[in-house]
Design a protein around this ligand. Sequence first.
Ligand code: NOJ
Length: 562
Amino acid sequence: MDKKWWKESVVYQIYPRSFKDSNGDGIGDLQGIISKLDYLNHLGVDVVWLCPVYQSPNDDNGYDISNYQSIMNDFGTLSDWEELLAGLHSRGMKLIMDLVVNHSSDEHAWFVESRKSQDNPYRDYYIWSPGKDGQPPNDWGSFFSGSAWEYDEKSEEYYLHLFSRKQPDLNWDNPKLRKEIYDMMTWWLDKGIDGFRMDVINLISKVPGLPSVSGESNGEQPTYHFGGDYFVNGPRVHEYMQEMNREVLSKYDIMTVGEAVNVTPEEASLYVSEDRNELNMVFHFELMDVDSGPGGKWNVQPWKLADIKSIISKWQVALDGKGWNSLYMNNHDQPRMLSRFGDDKLFPKESGKMLATLLHTLQGTPYIYQGEEIGMTNVQFASIDDYKDIEIVNMYKEYLAAGHSEEKIMNSIYIKGRDNGRTPMQWNSESQAGFTTGTPWLAVNPNYQDINVENALADPDSIFYYYKKLIELRKQHEIIVYGSYTILAEENEQVYAYLRTLGEEQLLVVLNFFGEPATFDLPSTVKFQAKELLISNYEVNPEEELNTIQLRPYEARVYKLK
Ligand code: NOJ
């Protein structure tokens, strides 16, 4: 397997709106991030992924871009951004930028032109249709509720928006549009950035004819369906990814990670196999869907360890030697990992460290989402008015209108809502957690008095220092990066254990996933002469025999075996 810097890196994801406000307007900004670069350096991360900082009317917090080559006023200026890049590089860290090109904002100049008239030169930059019998052309639903089509009164056609109506989908079948995107990417790369995270990149190619999911409309009020069959890994997506690679990516020593909705490992390998020249890795959603019922994301059901093990194992094995995995359990679109997969009340430290151990000892590149390293948790706001996320707000209205109880809806928001991950970063126990001197755009989690960076840095046993150690171990032991993965004792209902192998060396990882004691029997097939305990989240006697291990609640151990 080829060695690459991005395989050996740990990425830290920043959601700028919620990271650190420098000017008291309640919104995080670039100078705020700059003021925290030493903190990131202290943690030891190699790469920062910056969520969108481009000009945007913020219908979807920057994922609706109105100008790809200028910075959002709330966040600062291009010269602030240059200072940030220089500040990262001078500390030996890299920067990857978010690339959001499945759609733009409806306020982007291209769309402003496009909607002027049916014969406007920019008309074909987007996906327009006359519809049928006064109805949208098909029954696709938007990811953010309702139809994926919006009628434009002035130019008398519908345009496609898989996300909000202020996020019209770009028409990748238009070579002129593709060229504009490649030029824009080159512009950023020439400024010295180190790669891209590509938003919903596997949705860019739509099936011609835009067929309905449920066949022809019968003229009644349509119900909307997930039209994934017609735009997930669409017919020309790999042609476009290879073209993008040829025209842009291949010219730079960068890393790329594509967000890929609904992909299997087999489909993902088409994007990430090293011989296909597309992307380095993808973010898949299988693990993030592990607690979704048949009704989708909001139909919450408890996750099962057996499913977590089988999903991770499948991806570890499928991509080994071919492509590369991304490793994450939360981000700005997900609830907090500690609340979802750990126990944020009884065992926050133990379970936070256990989950970190998992993410940092699998094959792939680990992504830390801001606040994860100090054990930030989900939040429960009393009223829907306290929530800002367009997905939450639209779903709330839709579900209420459909007759669901408010209590049930709020409960699903508490468990799955994206604002869980977007509350401001908790820096200290001062007012607004030290995030802002003003009023934050989204309320601070009330637990900031306990959970904050200042406390974490003052406690040698904190989750923060455990992350720091995991990051250091990755630099010291190649096996953590490159070793192959084998699951152990798959049938154990409480313990997740696996072996990593590289040449003569083995790495043994044993994780108790629950708040009760558990037993792990090491299979006799695992042979070794010497062992070294690399890390654990409890005091452990390093000489302890490994045949049968008694694990305390959420105990995690990593041994190197020779
Ligand atoms: C995925 C992004 O991560 C999410 O925040 C956004 O709402 C959608 N893509 C649409 O851009």
